[in-house]
Design a protein around this ligand. Structure first.
Ligand code: HAM
Length: 510
């Protein structure tokens, strides 16, 4: 490296990774408000909070979301968490046979998980052991051992781990792991936190984004459950101040010949007939996942898609009745919806009810929430047969939409700025700050003495409502000056009356 390049490297500025961002005050106050409202609303519907680890087994997502979906096939952040504690293959004291034995033992003890990649690694290691034996016969054992060591140290054992791209699978895993089927059913859980998908970043689409979600597991698949989940969601949006949303619903039936499978076959043959008029993505999907063609946003494909068969005409009687009952139940609850036969969702675990909510001000990434029913997912992950339904709100998009609609005002300024001068005044200022903070006021106490003019300027910049002026006069007279910064009015109060004065001005927050 040249000197100049080295210098440049030294001065390099670190930036947040593409698709990730820092959330800063005052915006974070809005995030807190949105989250606090979720805690409040969801608990009124009987939900409890679950926090699952961000790191999960890759297979959990491949099995549940589907190995062929965009999320699993292209977007997960995955790495091998290398096995610790195996003997070091580069150690001459351990013979190749001993090393391979130790790996097999670790697999038996379940210290190395029986995953495809670990089994492949074991097979490769055994091939290397064979090579070693052949070589050791022909060459010096030491040289053969050296070659084995080099090859073996390149074979990794460990767990394939991914950052959560969504949380439904993790919640189902936790339901099974903690035997939650033994609790009163259904179990109603909600969560909030970061999710990770390596998508192309744009407005409303990030690689680290945040979801607020809820899942109802166990119990029955009564349509009233679907409707109540959606009612809760709409109540939440209303409380948080998100207006102008549209709820789209659909039913994608269940995976049987007389239901979705039959429909998909018909859809596929209809698509084959118009294949030439479709773009390359849709053409590919005819074979991999014909339902996803319905998701296409390509302008040129819209007229063709409009002619395709609708799933509603191919649902089995039970799924049809379930869907009709969900709509009725929504109406009983006064929840407005629009049906959208093209709403198929991008994750494999859904069946029957699917829904999505769009919000204004978001451009092309306008889905602020997605969800649906996923009976059978818990069973697919090794648990008992279990019904399930849930949703996840894209918190980043929710915040964006609130900001665009001007509903994002969160008070951030301090209540009181204490402008003090002089040592005696400082002691009084510390006491006042303590009392006011204990009473719930936000107080800025400057660490260094400032001239009053400068202090008041600072108070203004920080958006303080009041300046408490404490100088030698105030302390000796035991009368404190409080100035209302918006009007410039000021008055003198005895110390004990200060708190009451502020409380009277701001009764709602106390
Ligand atoms: P999803 O539709 O993949 O569903 O994501 C739900 C919501 O998360 C989306 O509607 C969107 O608002 C937000 N979102 C997704 N990806 C991004 C991104 N890259 N940047 C910003 N926001 C994003 C699920 O995740 C399911 N687990 C929902 C569910 C829960 N279904 C049943 N239970």
């Amino acid at each position: 490296m040249s000197d100049a390049t080295a210098k440049k490297e030294e001065r390099r500025k670190f930036q947040a990774i593409r698709g990730t961002r820092d959330l800063l005050p005052p915006e974070t106050a809005l995030w807190n408000r949105v989250e606090q409202t979720a805690h409040e609303v969801f608990s009124t519907f009987g939900y409890g909070e679950i926090r699952t680890p961000i790191l999960q087994m890759t297979d959990l997502f491949a099995r549940s979301i589907g190995a062929e979906t965009d999320v699993v096939a292209k977007e997960m952040y995955t790495f091998i968490d290398e096995m610790q504690g195996l003997p070091d293959p580069s150690n001459f004291a351990v013979s190749p046979d001993e090393y391979v034995d130790s790996v097999e033992e670790a697999i038996k003890r379940n210290e190395i998980q029986v995953t495809n990649s670990n089994l492949r690694a074991l097979a490769r290691l055994k091939t290397e052991l064979e090579r070693f034996r052949v070589r050791a016969d022909a060459q010096s054992a030491e040289e053969a051992h050296l070659k084995f060591r080099i090859a073996a140290s390149q074979i990794q054992f460990g767990d394939s781990i991914s950052l959560e791209p969504e949380a439904t699978a993790s919640v189902c895993r936790a339901y099974i792991e903690h035997n939650m089927q033994q609790l009163p059913q259904p179990v109603k859980l909600y969560y909030m936190g970061p999710m990770f998908r390596r998508e192309r970043p744009q407005k409303g689409r990030y690689r680290q984004f945040y979801q607020i979600g809820a899942e109802v597991l166990g119990g029955s698949d009564a349509p009233a459950i679907d409707a109540e989940v959606i009612e809760m969601l709409m109540t939440y949006f209303d409380k948080v101040g998100l207006h102008g949303v549209t709820l789209y619903i659909n039913s994608i039936g269940h995976n049987a010949e007389n239901c979705r499978r039959g429909y998909v076959a018909q859809l596929k043959s209809a698509l084959e007939k118009v294949k030439d008029q479709l773009g390359p993505d849709s053409q590919r999907r005819i074979d991999t996942n014909p339902l996803r063609v319905l998701d296409s946003k390509l302008e040129s494909e819209q007229a063709i898609i409009a002619t395709l068969p609708h799933i509603a005409d191919h649902l089995c009687d039970d799924c049809k009745a379930h869907y009709a009952a969900v709509r009725r139940q929504l109406e009983v609850r006064g929840v407005l919806y629009e049906e959208n036969w093209r709403l198929v969702r991008g994750l494999d675990y859904y069946m029957r009810t699917t829904f999505e909510i769009t919000a204004p001000g978001l451009g092309s990434q306008n889905a602020v929430c997605g969800g649906g029913r996923y009976d059978g997912l818990v069973e697919l992950l090794g648990g008992p047969p279990t019904k399930g339904i849930g949703f996840a709100i894209g918190e980043d998009r929710l915040i964006l939409s609130l900001q665009e609609s001007g509903k994002a005002k969160v008070e951030q300024g301090r209540d009181v700025y204490i402008a003090w001068m002089g040592e005696h005044a400082y002691a009084a200022a510390i006491r006042a700050a303590k009392d006011l903070r204990n009473a719930g006021f936000s107080v800025e106490l400057p660490p260094l003495e400032q001239k009053f003019g400068k202090a008041l300027g600072q108070a203004d910049k920080l958006g303080a409502k009041y300046a408490l002026i404490l100088g030698d006069n105030e302390v000796s007279e035991a009368l404190w000056t409080i100035k209302t910064l918006s009007t410039g009015e000021q008055q003198k109060l005895p110390e004990p009356e200060l708190l009451q004065f502020l409380r009277d001005q701001k009764p709602e927050s106390q």
